[in-house]
Design a protein around this ligand. Structure first.
Ligand code: ADP
Ligand code: MG
Length: 242
């Protein structure tokens, strides 16, 4: 294979001096000036004690919330310039979310739950169903299309949630403690799935409490009291394991 110089691509995420305060008197400052760049195709873990600001940071990375000050660029675009509807459109097209709780709608089948991930884009019902079926097959749940969430194990529910996050083919997948509610076998299956997505080119950021899991990632960012305490990269990461 010839290696051609690749076209310069903007980082997926570029944060400089990002501060987050929540309303209050005085407003509690949760993030104290975060500088962080995430390049396309990275797989990174965010670790740190409970209450250190990890979920707050993830909400900013995913444009679910806006910084109090500082600059946040997504694929080279300064998000401060986007209206709320534009941000929502950007999220729907480019970003997938997975949380510790699966947030599946109990009255819907798996296929319907996954199809909700495309509601924003205006795809037809039949296209949503086709894509939902594909997404469920890609997470190994092609045999659970008509099941309801209460008929699924925790690991299966999380894979449905991942399928829902993937159905829009996001460039960036953000996962907040995705294995936190799972037994270790189901957790491993979910992590393997995140790794596969990463191998397929998706940029993946995972908040985790699992030290062993974090240690197996090519890059780890530690958050402590709303600051980046460390940012470690393995120079040549084997990428295997788990
Ligand atoms: P982590 O995910 O690392 O456990 P969080 O980002 O959830 O931490 O929370 C960091 C701090 O921000 C905590 O002290 C939490 O109580 C506070 N916090 C989180 N969300 C809000 C909110 N919506 N309003 C006020 N304070 C909040
Ligand atoms: Mg959290």
């Amino acid at each position: 294979m010839t290696s051609l110089p690749s076209a310069p691509t903007a980082p997926v995420l570029e944060l400089s001096g990002v501060v987050k305060e929540y309303p209050g008197t005085p407003p509690p400052r949760i993030l104290h000036g975060i500088d962080l760049t995430v390049e396309a195709g990275e797989l990174l873990a965010v670790v740190g004690p409970s209450g250190s600001g990890k979920s707050t940071l993830l909400a900013l990375l995913g444009s679910l919330d806006r910084p109090t000050s500082g600059r946040l660029r997504f694929e080279g675009r300064d998000l401060a310039g986007l209206s709320d509807p534009d941000l929502a459109a950007l999220r729907a097209r480019r970003i997938g979310f997975v949380f510790q709780q699966f947030f599946l709608l109990p009255g819907l089948t798996t296929i319907e739950n996954v199809a909700t991930g495309l509601l924003y884009g205006g795809a037809s019902i039949s296209e949503r169903r086709t894509r939902a079926t594909e997404a469920l097959r890609s997470v190994g749940l092609g045999h659970r299309l008509g099941h309801h969430p209460d008929q699924l194990s925790g690991g299966e529910k999380q894979r449905v949630a991942i399928a829902r996050a993937l159905i829009g083919r996001p460039a960036l997948l953000l996962a907040d403690e995705p294995t936190g509610a799972l037994d270790s076998v189901s957790g491993t299956a979910v992590v393997d799935l995140l790794r596969t997505l990463h191998s397929d080119g998706t940029t993946v950021v995972v908040i985790t409490h699992d030290r062993e899991l974090a240690a197996s990632f090519p890059r780890r960012i530690g958050i402590q009291d709303g600051r980046i305490a460390f940012d470690e990269r393995l120079p040549r990461h084997a990428g295997a394991g788990r």
